[in-house]
Design a protein around this ligand. Structure first.
Ligand code: TXA
Ligand code: MG
Length: 324
């Protein structure tokens, strides 16, 4: 560790080396980290998250130079994408090397890898000098945390240390691209847009936005869900129409790009989410806000379907199916 490493990060590294859990900021969402080479440390993540075993975790690396230690058969597309977007909100799925434990991959042959862009995450990763396995630092199926306070509220003392790096810049998770086949395929839209991927690859990327198997929770139909029921509508008029039909004793909250005029006074308008980038940035905090207000129902007008708007709409779709 260099002498310039901050005392908090020195402590974080000690905890990781001892097999403990450290929550840390990334530019997408906060992660719940453990030493990716230590199976019993990785198992603790599943206990704390209450996440079913067998769901694979992303391994965070300090830099692209370590890619070969964790993955083999690295395709041209994987080279191009990691070169273009690391450090950044991109995860690539590749064949694992023997050093990746079964606990990380769910027993499969494929590992998810990413170099995050947050300065504190990078300081931690460089000081640790190896891979940190980290899912989002929330309980399974719930809303991802974008501040240290969210992590504390969700996980309390179950995590040994929470590094506070301020609110996450992007606000929703990384884009996941499966690079194990000839044709790379997006399996979760996120912080890197489809347009950006196409440009880096020089051809349109395939997109899989259906439901994958259970071993990929972020791609399951019901996920990212607040306690309030979520209904996604297309326009302000739909919100008006819906608001008229709701019983008086129900608390209804509304989330939209801009304020909506003329809603019944009983409807709570959350602060407007703005354009697609801003929407991604505030989305999870707004979902939490709906729960803080005790909303029974959250009616959402999503951002337009371009750029990062795709990823926001993906999360909203899953949040809407979160309670069945
Ligand atoms: O932005 C992010 O990706 C954040 C930050 C902390 O890096 N992490 C995150 O992790 O969202 P998590 O565990 O909440 O979601 C990771 C998703 C899983 O749901 C799964 O769909 C996919 O990554 N994944 C990871 N490894 C995989 C693998 N080996 N095969 C298939 N899918 C995998
Ligand atoms: Mg997650």
């Amino acid at each position: 560790m260099s002498t310039s490493t901050s005392p908090e990060v020195v402590r974080a590294v000690e905890i990781l080396r001892a097999g403990g859990l450290v929550a840390f900021p990334t530019e997408t969402v906060y992660g719940l980290g453990a030493d990716a080479s230590n199976p019993s440390a990785v198992r603790k993540i599943f206990e704390v998250k209450r996440r079913p075993r067998g769901h694979p975790l992303i391994v965070h690396l300090p830099g692209r130079h370590l890619l070969h230690e964790w993955a083999t058969s690295i395709s041209d597309a994987a080279h191009a994408l990691t070169e273009a977007f690391w450090p950044g909100p991109l995860t690539v799925l590749l064949r694992r090397t023997p050093r990746v434990p079964d606990e990380v991959t769910g027993g499969g042959d494929v590992v998810g890898l990413r170099v995050p862009a947050h300065p504190l995450a990078l300081e931690l990763l460089h000081a640790f000098g190896s891979g940190i396995a980290a899912p989002s630092a929330n309980r399974f199926g719930k809303v991802s945390p974008t501040t240290a306070a969210h992590v504390r509220a969700d996980l309390g003392d179950d995590v040994d240390l929470v590094l506070d790096g301020g609110p996450s810049d992007v606000g929703i998770e990384s884009t996941i691209v499966d690079c194990t086949t000839d044709q790379p395929e997006v399996v979760r839209p996120g912080g890197i847009t489809l347009e950006q991927l196409d440009e880096a690859l020089g051809s349109p990327v395939d997109v899989w936005l259906g439901e994958r198997d259970v071993a990929a929770p972020g791609t399951m139909a019901a996920h990212y869900a607040p306690d309030a029921a979520v209904i996604v509508v297309e326009c302000d008029d739909d919100v008006q129409a819906l608001a008229q039909t709701v019983r008086d004793d129900r608390t209804v909250a509304v989330l939209a790009p801009a304020a909506i005029e003329g809603l019944p006074a009983t409807v709570v308008q959350l602060p407007p989410a703005g354009d697609a980038e801003s929407y991604a940035n505030v989305l999870y905090d707004r979902l939490r806000e709906a729960d803080r207000l005790g909303a029974d129902l959250l009616v959402v007008v999503p951002p337009p379907a371009h750029g990062i708007g795709h990823a926001v709409r993906d999360r909203l779709r899953r949040a809407a199916r979160g309670r069945s």
